[in-house]
Design a protein around this ligand. Structure first.
Ligand SMILES: C[S@@+](CC[C@H](N)C(=O)[O-])C[C@H]1O[C@@H](n2cnc3c(N)ncnc32)[C@H](O)[C@@H]1O
Ligand SMILES: *[C@@H]1O[C@H](CO)[C@@H](O)[C@H](O)[C@H]1NC(C)=O
Length: 250
């Protein structure tokens, strides 16, 4: 009796451990993040294996305020009348910019918000590259830095290849210009001249433009400095505006 009781307890413990492990495993954040990436691949939004790898490595759950659904394909409010863009928009922008986010290249993320895409950019260009995020809400800059510290891009915050600044992104970030890649995460009434100037010849900018109706524009600067602009798709972003206008909600 003594022997079998001990054995039963052992078996029970074993079963509990297996159940616990199963529970942790199947609800694991990285598993859900992986499923999100796989779905974007199935839909043909992610084509590049590098983009898939980077989105696998940066857990979106670290960047979305608790209570929201980080892996659901929709924008989510992050306070201050701002949102984190939907996973398919992040994926599309990474795809459009992939060739300009090669190791060692320079990228600017205007309206960096939660820091999610900025962190993805950092993994794309690696520690030999440079990534600058510019965001005008100081509280969002502070929380984005905390988010990135928990992510796979943390080493690049420490080694200085990734920086986030509190500034008006319509001015870009001239100190580190020119950039191979510029991403703008808020809709501008028109393309800010400063951003075109800060684009490297051969570089590309992806920027939503418009007010009521918006188009995601792809701006390519040729080697001779001339610029070609095409519409990629219709989108809906919060406006690229002044901090006061944003907080008042106009
Ligand atoms: C749609 S959110 C996207 C943020 C980020 N891409 C993400 O997914 O987390 C746009 C961001 O642009 C910021 N923004 C708007 N106008 C800005 C400006 N003039 N300068 C800097 N940031 C600005 C907003 O505060 C907001 O965080
Ligand atoms: C957001 O905009 C609304 C107007 O639509 C405004 O009343 C509100 O105070 C703003 N919220 C924040 C957090 O700034």
């Amino acid at each position: 009796m003594f022997y079998s009781g001990k054995r039963n307890r052992f078996m029970l413990l074993l079963v509990l451990l297996i159940l616990l492990q199963h529970l942790l495993w199947s609800s694991g954040a990285s598993d859900k993040n992986k499923a999100m990436v796989q779905q974007l691949q199935r839909y043909g939004i992610i084509k590049s294996t590098k983009v898939a790898e980077v989105m696998d490595s940066i857990d979106r759950g670290l960047f979305v305020p608790s209570g929201a659904s980080p892996y659901y394909d929709s924008p989510m409010p992050i306070g201050y009348n701002a949102t984190i863009s939907a996973p398919h928009m992040h994926a599309s922008c990474l795809e459009l910019l992939e060739k300009l986010l090669q190791p060692g290249m320079r990228a600017l993320d205007v309206g960096s918000g939660t820091g999610y895409l900025t962190a993805c950019f950092a993994l794309m260009v690696g520690p030999e590259g440079r990534v600058v995020g510019v965001e005008h809400i100081p509280e969002l800059v502070a929380s984005s830095i905390e988010n990135i510290k928990k992510s796979a891009a943390a080493p690049q915050l420490s080694d200085g290849s990734l920086n986030i600044h509190i500034a008006d992104g319509r001015e870009g970030w001239p100190e580190l210009a020119p950039y191979d890649a510029i991403h703008v995460g808020a809709a501008a009434p028109q393309i800010p001249q400063a951003l075109i100037e800060q684009l490297k010849p051969g570089g590309r900018m992806v920027i939503p433009v418009g007010t009521l109706s918006q188009e995601l524009k792809v701006v390519d600067k040729k080697q001779d400095g001339s610029v070609s602009i095409r519409d990629e798709t219709s989108v809906r972003y919060v406006p690229l505006t002044s901090k006061d206008a944003q907080l008042q909600g106009n």
